[in-house]
Design a protein around this ligand. Structure first.
Ligand SMILES: *[C@@H]1O[C@H](CO)[C@@H](O)[C@H](O)[C@H]1NC(C)=O
Ligand SMILES: *[C@@H]1O[C@H](CO)[C@@H](O)[C@H](O)[C@H]1NC(C)=O
Ligand SMILES: *[C@@H]1O[C@H](CO)[C@@H](O)[C@H](O)[C@H]1NC(C)=O
Ligand SMILES: *[C@@H]1O[C@H](CO)[C@@H](O)[C@H](O)[C@H]1NC(C)=O
Ligand SMILES: CC(=O)N[C@H]1CO[C@H](CO)[C@@H](O)[C@@H]1O
Length: 672
């Protein structure tokens, strides 16, 4: 899966004919280049690569067990993991993997595995015989059994069983011994850290898949994950992303995979997809090289009138329609007609069909690309329940804000139709959660809905007209009529529907900092902190007014070409929100209140303004926990004074000031 989105940018240097009087500001400017995305690349294992029918316990015993054992995942490291440098090894072994595994161990339960797991050996041919519940290879077993890129240790393997080519003389191959096997676990996860070809492709961070399924209910019992050493970052602000990526990959191995849909079972443990009488397995899909699921698991849904720029097209989509998933998406969007949860239709075979549709589920962690704030929602847990192998602990589900209660118009229609309907003169409503502000010079940032990050509308101009079905605008503010078809969100998997997104500042292709408020690493350099921002665990994003921020000394003034929002400390006290800028506290009395900031810092007077959000947006939860609440909005009491600094300049300064009092225009955005 993916890493954080980036904006390409570079250092611009503002110099002009008046430069003698002005200090040169170097500012990091995101260019109007593309947001970058890395798609999750879950190349589903092909049918012949998977070993089915690993016998652990008889089916009648397994079936009657309740699904109440928190899933126990055993991690088994390949030696490549120990070749990682110390810092990365420590991060992977002591933080990322234990946390990711622990998350699923609390979130999912299985039927307890009471017997020892001994994995099957791989056969030379894809044809096998099953005798007395055991799989037999023809003539010989392969000397080495792989699970993905990892060699399964001999200790975990069963004996080699063989028959001859006509299915006679079946038995244990001479000299073959069973290993001690795996006790007290329900799933074994082989972890490697090899810089493979797939790592280079699309800058993949990690990938995973299952490799063996047990015989009774086809539950996956072994899988592998490869973490790409070159893409592992130990930077604190990238940990959350890495952790979410590893959790995402584990889930592909546990059940969310094209290779497993056909094996899903209902609540009675019966196959959702009918089995062939000869093989006992679902039919094969030659094209996907995997087993074909039935319409009661994934259904093809046709939307004949899908509105796009200048008309309609027909769209066909694949939806998970199993009962719990269907109930969860209907409840989430508040749309009782919704057929199911739409699957991604774009990306290569590692992305399509094996993730939730990005347009519909934006920051759900099981979408095909990471953009921001990934959450594992009830919908994903419901899917895991509908596999028939797990029950879910819904108290582990994270809140998915995207699309919540937006109804069938949101869940069943194009974003074009949503945007057009909402913004029509008759309606005049906000087109939220989509946006239509083209990223341009000067760069005006916004805040994400949850105010955890400074963000931008990811609407950009593409070099080619977008395919008709992704043309989402009839008109766009400040875009010449006729050019709309070049404009779309930067996230292709979201069907180019534009939305507000966090980003990273980059200089010469190196990430300088992110825009997420909660990470101290994102603090701007003190010399460049024109809007006196403060990033850290107690910060949130607040909007600036429409005026740009300005810095002054007696001799110089400079204005910055990017503004709009910033991260600031806050506190919730005595029923009000207080914003803290450079140790000065500003109390918000009502939503929309403009707070003028004038603060001397490092010899510069910083001037700007912040807008108070509604108290409940930021303080509600915190107050509730303390049995307090937000006081109703009120005009600020006449007695309140906010801190204000002034410049004290001599007359000589003033003379010079009159010359230098102009705006440095920082270089226009660099287009690439
Ligand atoms: C990996 O983690 C395990 C369990 O926490 C610990 O016992 C082991 O020493 C760690 N190995 C390394 C190389 O850090
Ligand atoms: C369910 O999740 C909660 C935390 O959200 C946790 O405290 C609890 O132990 C979990 N239950 C099980 C059975 O793991
Ligand atoms: C398999 O074994 C049976 C019984 O020993 C024998 O009749 C048959 O010819 C063997 N088949 C092959 C292909 O060796
Ligand atoms: C804020 O106050 C603290 C403690 O009084 C001080 O250490 C810090 O430098 C101050 N910060 C600013 C930006 O003035
Ligand atoms: C503070 C400062 O730089 N003052 C200068 C303003 O400009 C006059 C001449 O134009 C200089 O003499 C001052 O030194």
């Amino acid at each position: 899966m993916a890493a954080r989105v980036r904006l390409k940018m570079r250092r611009g240097t503002g110099v002009s004919s008046f430069a003698v009087l002005l200090s040169v500001c170097a500012v990091l400017v995101p260019a109007s280049g593309m947001f970058e995305h890395r798609h999750c690349d879950h190349q589903h294992p092909r049918a012949h690569e998977i070993i089915h029918g690993v016998h652990i316990e008889p089916v009648h015993e397994v079936k009657k067990r309740s699904i109440s054992q928190p899933v126990r995942i055993l991690l088994s490291y390949d030696e490549s993991v120990f070749r990682l440098d110390d810092e990365k090894l420590d991060l992977i072994n002591n933080t990322i993997l234990p946390e990711a595994v622990h998350f699923w161990e609390r979130a999912l339960m299985v039927r307890e595995t009471k017997n020892t797991i001994r994995l099957n050996r791989k056969c030379e041919s894809s044809q096998v015989f099953v005798k007395d519940h055991h799989t037999h290879c023809i003539d010989t077993c392969r000397p080495v059994t792989m699970c993905g890129e990892v060699r399964v240790p001999e200790d975990h393997l069963d004996v080699c069983r063989t028959c001859n080519a006509t299915g006679h003389n079946c038995g244990i191959a001479e000299g073959s011994k069973a290993g001690p096997g795996i006790d007290g676990a329900d799933f074994v996860f082989y972890v490697s850290a090899m810089q493979t070809e797939r790592c280079h492709k699309g800058l993949t961070v990690a990938y995973a898949a299952h490799c063996q399924q047990e015989a009774a209910l086809d539950r996956p019992i072994a899988g592998h994950a490869n973490l790409c050493p070159g893409s592992i970052s130990t930077k604190p602000q990238e940990l959350e992303t890495l952790l979410s990526t590893v959790k995402h990959e584990i889930l592909h191995a546990l059940g969310f995979s094209v290779s497993l849909y056909a094996f899903y079972r209902d609540e009675n443990g019966e196959p959702r997809t009918p089995r062939r009488s000869d093989t006992g397995k679902p039919p094969l899909n030659e094209k996907l090289q995997t087993h074909q699921w039935s319409e009661n698991t994934i259904k093809t849904v046709v939307r004949p009138r899908w509105q796009v720029h200048g008309g309609y097209v027909e769209r066909t989509m694949q939806m998970i329609v199993t009962p719990r998933v269907r109930a969860e998406v209907q409840a989430h969007f508040n749309c009782p007609e919704l057929e199911g949860a739409e699957l991604e239709d774009q990306g290569e075979d590692g992305t399509a069909l094996t993730h939730w549709e990005k347009r519909v589920f934006e920051n759900e962690a099981m979408t095909g690309t990471h953009t921001q704030n990934p959450v594992y929602s009830r919908i994903t847990l419901a899917l895991m329940e509908d596999t028939g192998w797990y029950s879910a602990n819904y108290s582990m589900a994270q809140e998915l804000g995207w699309g919540k209660n937006l109804g069938c118009n949101f869940a069943m229609k194009s974003c074009k139709e949503w945007i057009s309907t909402k913004s029509s003169p008759l309606s005049g409503k906000s087109i939220h959660p989509f946006c239509n502000k083209v990223k341009q010079d000067p760069l005006q940032t916004e805040c994400t809905d949850d105010r955890s990050s400074v963000a931008l509308c990811n609407l950009v101009k593409h070099s080619q007209p977008l395919p008709k079905k992704y043309q989402n605008f009839d008109s766009i503010p400040h875009v010449r009529a006729g050019e709309e078809q070049y404009y779309g969100g930067s996230v292709s998997l979201a069907d180019y529907c534009p939305y507000i997104q966090e980003f990273t500042w980059r200089a010469r292709n190196i990430v300088v900092r992110g825009s997420h408020c909660l990470y101290e690493e994102n603090n701007p350099h003190p010399d460049k902190n024109f809007a006196l921002e403060k990033y850290g665990p107690h910060s949130r994003c607040f909007d600036h007014t429409n005026d740009m921020w300005e810095e002054r000394t007696c001799k110089q003034a400079r204005q910055w070409q990017h503004w709009g929002s910033g991260c600031y400390l806050y506190k919730c006290e005595v029923g009000r929100l207080h914003i803290i800028v450079n140790n000065y506290t500003y109390t918000c009395y009502h939503a929309g209140q403009e707070i003028i900031i004038r603060i001397m810092q490092n010899g510069w007077l910083h001037k700007g303004a912040l807008i108070c959000p509604p108290c409940r947006d930021i303080c509600q939860a915190e107050f509730k926990a303390r049995n307090e609440w937000c006081k109703p909005g009120d005009e600020r009491p006449l007695s309140t004074t906010y801190h204000k600094d002034y410049l004290h300049c001599s007359s000589a300064d003033n003379f010079n000031l009159s010359i230098s009092m102009f705006i440095i225009l920082i270089l226009p955005l660099v287009v690439r």
